[in-house]
Design a protein around this ligand. Structure first.
Ligand code: PMV
Length: 306
């Protein structure tokens, strides 16, 4: 039996605007992950994914099922003949909450299949297949989720451009707080698109402002300016609220983090639920975590961005 995994991710800056060609910054989060175990089966390709209540033979899944698409794309790419398999998918990444659960499943499956069949596939190839599955999940994805997870490194991402990474002058602490509410990115992205089409001047302007915030944030990360970075996070959140993708629960957690000493806070990912992130000093990690939980966060994960 082989085991492979893929981490979760957070978007630090730039979600939604990234769909319109603005830059965004995302980093892998190793504290949560999807794990895939693959062994030889007896007949067909059997998938067990308890997190999404899936226990079925691949042939019975719709052609548009993202897991089916990824597995068939793997065989298509490598020209390996299908053999009976038993695949188990488990994950500590909450679903539909902005941490990249869909992309992590795709990447872990592809890493697992390449290990099982002892064939090398590149991160670029993994990324390309995972992107196709993201289209099923999200409709019109920017590609940021599959990219940060397939390459396992921080990205300064602009759609359809060569991958850029960045250096972190002063490592910083991020708390990731889960509202416990799952929300479909596809719906939030569609709603933002409707707003932009209805009033391109107003909403296009928020999208452009987010792009400017993201390029300033990259400079702050590279220069180790954490106070400014926090303030940019809060500015990014204001713009996201104008795009209608925040929610009362996210707002409560963000206000709580700020009241108890966070340097900045914002939603992360599609919004309307899912997770928010807060930039904190080492000395306030414990306090802010406790207050977030008191304010209703279902879970708080601490990660150090280096
Ligand atoms: O909700 P997530 O983690 O899938 O993040 C989506 C990020 C968006 O910018 C809202 C959509 C996209 O495709 O980039």
């Amino acid at each position: 039996m082989i085991t492979a995994s893929a981490s979760g991710k957070i978007i630090l800056f730039g979600e939604h605007a990234v769909v319109y060609g603005q830059p965004a910054i995302a980093v892998p989060v190793e504290q949560v992950a999807t794990t895939v175990q693959i062994e030889q089966g007896t007949k067909g390709i059997w998938i067990d994914a308890p997190g999404i209540s899936l226990s079925a033979d691949l042939s019975t899944l719709a052609a548009t099922h993202p897991i089916k698409k990824v597995i068939l794309d793997f065989f298509g790419l490598t020209n390996i003949p299908q053999t009976p398999l038993k695949i188990q998918v488990t994950s500590t990444i909450p679903i539909a909450s902005g941490l990249g659960s869909g992309a992590a499943v795709s990447v872990a499956l592809l890493r697992g299949l390449s290990l099982f069949y002892k064939i090398t596939i590149t991160a670029e190839q993994i990324n390309a297949i995972a992107f196709e599955a993201e289209k099923i999940h999200h409709g019109t994805p920017s590609g940021i989720d599959n990219t940060v997870i397939a390459f396992s490194r921080p990205v300064y991402y602009i759609k359809n451009q060569r991958l850029e990474t960045f250096t972190v002058r002063r490592p910083f602490h991020i708390l990731i707080a889960d509202t416990g509410i799952s929300a479909l990115t596809k719906v939030a992205v569609g709603d933002v698109r409707a707003l932009v089409e209805r009033d391109p001047l107003v909403y296009g302007n928020w999208i452009e402002q987010i792009g400017q915030i993201v390029s300033s944030a990259k400079m702050c990360i590279e220069n180790g300016e954490l106070i400014e970075l926090g303030s940019l996070m809060t500015q990014n959140q204001t713009a996201l609220s104008h795009l209608t993708v925040s929610s009362p629960e996210l707002d409560t957690l963000i206000t709580t983090a700020m009241t108890h000493g966070a340097l900045g806070a914002k939603l992360s990912g599609g919004g309307r639920g899912g997770n928010c992130i807060a930039l904190v000093d080492e000395s306030s990690i414990e306090k802010v975590t406790a207050e977030l939980l008191k304010a209703g966060a279902k879970n708080v994960v601490h990660t150090l961005i280096t």
